[in-house]
Structure formats: structure tokens, C-alpha cells
Design a protein around this ligand. Sequence first.
Ligand SMILES: NC(=O)c1ccc[n+]([C@@H]2O[C@H](COP(=O)([O-])OP(=O)(O)OC[C@H]3O[C@@H](n4cnc5c(N)ncnc54)[C@H](O)[C@@H]3O)[C@@H](O)[C@H]2O)c1
Length: 254
Amino acid sequence: MARLDGKIAIITGGNSGIGRATAKLFCKEGAKVIIAARRTEKNQETVREITAEGGTIVDIQADVSKMEDCKRIVEETIKKFERIDILVNNAGMADRHIPINLCAEEWYEKVVRVDQFSVFYMCKYVLEHMEKQGSGSIVNVSSIGSQGIAGIAYSAAKAAVNSMTRNIAIQYAGTGIRCNAVAPGPTPTELNSPEQFKLFNKEFAAVCGRHIDLTLPEAQPEDQAEAILFFASDASKAITGQILYVDNGVLVIC
Ligand SMILES: NC(=O)c1ccc[n+]([C@@H]2O[C@H](COP(=O)([O-])OP(=O)(O)OC[C@H]3O[C@@H](n4cnc5c(N)ncnc54)[C@H](O)[C@@H]3O)[C@@H](O)[C@H]2O)c1
């Protein structure tokens, strides 16, 4: 039997990188997947590819930094599938390693809206349904940046994601609803592509680099997807409130 047979799973930002690898793996494991991201063309390309592989997947065009879009994702999912078993809060943006003295208020707000507020909104609206069902698994995608080794905005947002993960886990412990996080280390995706890296603050990135071992190999999107699947599936049914670093030891050994 597949590990997610018949489960209904929302994956935010599921059209690229870690989210896309997770959507593929979830479909292979028998889930019905809803990807929610901004770019319609990329969404539809992902849907076409995974459908051709035999997966059941639909897309919702949405900006998860907006409360009303998060509400709509949940409403549309319930209308179509009548329940939500799994929520993967994966959508996110990098903050170009901008340190506090160089960080404009508008940039801070933009990053925190995408990386932190989206998690609050999505969890809040999905939990209403998981509560009625008496079951569900939420997997938040955090980052090694939660330990302060990225720009000020991303570091703060991902630390908040870790804390929200534990807070939700505490509230729902013993109810059948679990909440865990996967914290990736460097993983080759659009978010840190060479094009994006050109926009990073190189000086502060080098300062952060002193606190981790970047000579170790990168993890792959598929490695992150496997960890997300573990938390989403019943294999982890006794585990809640945990942050799992998937980073080939980049952070652990420093
Ligand atoms: N790649 C890494 O090295 C790395 C490391 C640590 C954490 N992460 C985290 O992994 C997650 C996935 O990122 P990725 O590396 O796959 O990058 P990616 O850029 O390939 O994917 C990010 C996804 O989020 C979507 N997204 C961004 N802003 C959105 C918004 N406002 N509304 C809806 N969708 C939005 C994008 O369209 C895309 O689908 C992010 O939360 C990121 O912070 C990545």
C-alpha cells in the first residue's frame, strides 16, 4: 500500500523546487494534491507533468502572503475534496542575506509576509477543518536560516515558523493533529539559483558562512521531499513538534 493512499494534501508553492518534488512524491504515494502558487503557467506545467505520470493533482493560483488567498485555497479544496489531511507550508522567498542596518522596512515586511504570515494564515484556516475531522498533519518548511544565518527578515520569519510549529503541536497534542517542520540546508532550486545569488549581500553572506560548513554537499529537493513525506505520513504518527534539519550536516557539525 502506498504511504498516502487517498489523502488530500495542499502544498503551497508546489510548482517549483522542493514543493514540486514533494508534489511528485506525494502523488506517487497515492495522495490527491493541490498546489497553490502564484504563477499560473508554472502551476499548469507542473499539473500537466504529474498528471502524465498518473498523479491526481490540481492547481490554485494564489499569493499566500495574502490572508484572503489563503482562505480561498482552503475553501476551494474543501469544496472539491471535502477534507484536508495534509498541509505543507512550503512557499517561501529568500531575503538576499540583507543584514539589519541595510534592511528597508518594506523589504522586511515583504519577506515576513511570505515566509511567516502565510504559515499562520494557512495553518489557521486548515486547522478549522482538521479539528472537525479529528486528524491531520501539518508540515512547515523552515530553514537552517532559522538559526540566524541568513538576512534579518528571513532569519526572523523562519525562527517564527519553528516556534509556530511547536506551539500548534502543543495545542493539538493527543488529538490526532500533528505539526512538524523540515528545515532544509542549501538545496539547488530557483530560490538560490546563480541569478538570484547575484542579488545577495555577499559580505553578510560570507559572515553567515563562517558559522556553517558550506564545503559539504548540498541536499537535493528530493531529499527534502522524503523528509516532508515522513512527517505527512503515518510513519511519524507518534511525532509532533519536531524540527528536522535536512542539510547533510552543514549546520550540525559547526
Ligand atoms: N533551496 C534552499 O536552499 C532552501 C533552504 C532552506 C529553506 N528553503 C525553503 O524551502 C521552501 C521552498 O523553496 P525552494 O528552495 O523550493 O525555492 P523555489 O523558489 O524553487 O520555490 C518556492 C515556491 O514558493 C512559491 N512562492 C513564493 N512566494 C509565494 C507567494 N507569495 N505565494 C505563493 N507562492 C509563493 C514560488 O512560486 C515557488 O513555487 C521555502 O520555504 C524556502 O524558504 C529552501
